[in-house]
Design a protein around this ligand. Structure first.
Ligand SMILES: *Cc1c(COP(=O)(O)O)cnc(C)c1O
Length: 241
């Protein structure tokens, strides 16, 4: 949150931000031939204090994303409602899988076959199933984790054979783009992969979630077919680490 603002001012800002974002989501959805209800909104709550997260939840937001297991764990006792849906969206090390599985309903950041296998094994032990998204490195950037477009289909087919994980779609983070046409091209290729894999009708793969678009580019992502956007700083203000 911005420094030196009262809690009331921060609450007010979150409300105004949320109104503005939902209006833009509805506009982009309409332009893409869909309705606002077709786009799931995730509030990305990394570095945000629980009092502000809970205020966002009181406005009707029903899904939050955290990118670190430890931070999520430390906030668990504060969420209201406690059972708000939570997804992990950051890189996950195999040695933290057992910690995070009980806390979330989806892991969006599955970036290797090995990680998916570990999730499946751990889920089996815990007696649950885990929904996952495969993270695509859509710009083939060395600095980012995720499957390259080339390896995605083969990896998806291999992961589909693990019985306790279920592939529900893709998460894509494009390179930083200085214009919206360029961003749209990356989102469009992620959408194409999403459609292609879905059309193969592989057992245990159900391509229903295309998670893409953040504060600066959710509008473009929706125009290109995102079904879920992940918004942090536009909602809560810029992050202080
Ligand atoms: C931080 C984060 C976001 C949200 O970013 P903003 O630009 O603050 O909206 C979305 N997705 C992932 C994976 C993130 O780590």
């Amino acid at each position: 949150m911005t420094e030196n603002l009262s809690v009331e001012q921060c609450f007010y800002n979150i409300e105004e931000n949320y109104k503005r974002i939902t209006a833009r989501i509805a506009e982009a959805a309409a332009k893409s031939g869909r309705g606002a209800e077709d786009i799931r909104f995730m509030a990305v709550t990394k570095t945000v204090q629980p009092i502000f997260i809970n205020h966002a939840l009181s406005l009707g937001i029903d899904l939050i994303g955290e990118n670190k297991v430890q931070e999520l764990q430390s906030k668990m006792e504060f969420f209201k409602p406690a059972d708000v849906e939570k997804h992990l969206i950051g890189h996950l090390q195999t040695n933290k899988v057992a910690k995070v599985l009980p806390l979330v309903t989806m892991i969006q950041s599955v970036d290797s076959v090995k990680l998916a296998q570990q999730i499946s094994k751990t889920a089996e032990k815990l007696g649950k199933d885990m929904d996952i998204l495969l993270e695509v490195n859509i710009g083939d950037e060395d600095s980012k984790t995720g499957f390259s477009a080339d390896e995605l289909l083969d990896s998806a087919a291999e992961i589909a054979s693990f019985p306790f994980v279920h592939i529900r779609g893709l998460m894509a983070i494009p390179p930083i783009c200085d214009n919206s046409d360029m961003a749209r091209r990356f989102f469009s290729s992620a959408h194409q992969l999403f459609v292609d894999i879905g059309s193969k009708n592989i057992d245990n793969i159900d391509m229903s979630v295309l998670s893409m678009g953040m504060s600066h580019d959710y509008y473009e992502a929706i125009l290109e077919g995102a079904t879920m956007v992940r918004v942090g700083s536009s909602l809560f203000g810029s992050r202080r680490y």
